[in-house]
Design a binder for this molecule. Sequence first.
Ligand code: SAM
Ligand code: SF4
Length: 495
Amino acid sequence: MVVAHCRAVLHGHSVFAGGGKVGICGVVLIEVKAGAPCVRFYGAMRKELLSLARAEVPRYTSYPTAAQFHDGVDEAVYRQWLGELTSEQSLSLYLHVPFCRQLCWYCGCHTVVVNDDAPVRRYADLMQREALLVREAIGDAGRVRHIHFGGGSPGLFGPEDFSSTMAHLRGLFDLDADAEIAVELDPRAMNDEAVANYAACGVNRVSFGVQEFAGHVQKLINRVQSFETVRGAVNAVRAAGIERLSFDLMYGLPGQRVADVFASATMTSDLRPERVALFGYAHVPWFKSNQKLIRDEDLPSSAERIEQAQTAAEVLCERGYVRIGLDHFALKDDTLAGAVGAGLRRNFQGYTEDPADVLLGFGASAIGNLPGGYAQTDKNIRSYLDAVDARRLPVVKGLVLSSEDRLRAAAIERLMCDLSLEAGALCEEMGFAIDSLDASLAATSIFEDLGIATRSGRDLRICEEGRPFVRSIAACFDAYFVPSTQEEPRHSKAV
Ligand SMILES: C[S@@+](CC[C@H](N)C(=O)[O-])C[C@H]1O[C@@H](n2cnc3c(N)ncnc32)[C@H](O)[C@@H]1O
Ligand code: SF4
């Protein structure tokens, strides 16, 4: 019988045990079960992997990454790509809503603060007109398997604009009966009318931005939302019949300690969202000026970030979640967990089981992925609106995929999703000579030497300990990768 069950973090700092090759860093937690203390070591990582964790690498939500996009892909190219689509190719739609009521200081998303509804309503109207222009350019369109409203805060679309947008999309496209319709929502801005409307519109997945429950961290990131607020939002959405929930959590935030991450992961798992995404805070103030409001001295060190990431992962796995790719978790019976090793994909929203052949992006800054390549709309909201108002497709940049890009994209996607790659088989399957990726494979030998990857012939496997470094290993297959320098930082830290 359990007479007492409590957990206490003994050290918020790194604990280095041993030396040389067996050095590890982590946090000791004591669990008292039935009166007997049981020591658990969370967030453990070998010391020699620390410098690897500090390395800066792309997130690989696409390959080539958006840094390679150029203005050679414009409206004319996009129209041609849309015209070449066939009804056999299934579609996924992404709609970007670049508005928020208040700015979270850590935010790296494409959004602006608006205080009244007029600009949002105009945007909703023009995004519907953009969808019509795209649909007219396609000809015979395939079925839609997935719709995702992201942001920013799509919750700023009031019930009227949200339902008219959904009705408009249903009128333009054939939507599969079991299509996933997902919306990213802010738990602070929920109300009964909006939730009932989402359910009535067929929304079947809600993704909540949670980040961290500790009040002292919330103050430093300008996003104060209590556990009760999040629990209330979860209960409201479930009561309306929306069964699938996802939470976004973050580590590496200002003032955040391992104990905070431990508590947030535990509280998250108490609410049982079907999926959890765990993002390492990407501090890029040279690129996102709002992040200048976060003081460097409040940020956890690289060693602390690692402990935080590992601790959250271990708590979630202990509490019934399956680890997926780099940074996602899902309950065992969730479809994303089922897709591991069986068709798991990675796209701009992260990991997905969405099998659609084509991703169409709508709204300012949205990126589409078509057989011809990537196409991105204008990030500038005003010029985006002006283009659509003038009946122009607002695509301003992108990338035409070469056959080598496709091969490397497939190799990187397999590594990011399966943590393994049968490089020879992939080359042959895609019509390349079997040794086409040999130079990239050879570059992974440093990871083998560190004991976090193994290679047999052309088959590469990343060990569990190497999971946090999958982006660094994937970078060996990236023909455009240029490492960051102190003078020119390009990416965020691996962990
Ligand atoms: C596209 S944002 C939109 C979510 C929604 N607006 C919200 O915050 O409730 C999705 C997620 O990206 C993550 N995110 C935002 N800025 C980030 C940054 N600088 N580094 C890492 N993750 C970040 C947050 O976890 C956020 O919930
Ligand atoms: S994290 Fe979400 S709510 Fe906060 S500013 Fe960014 S997009 Fe808006």
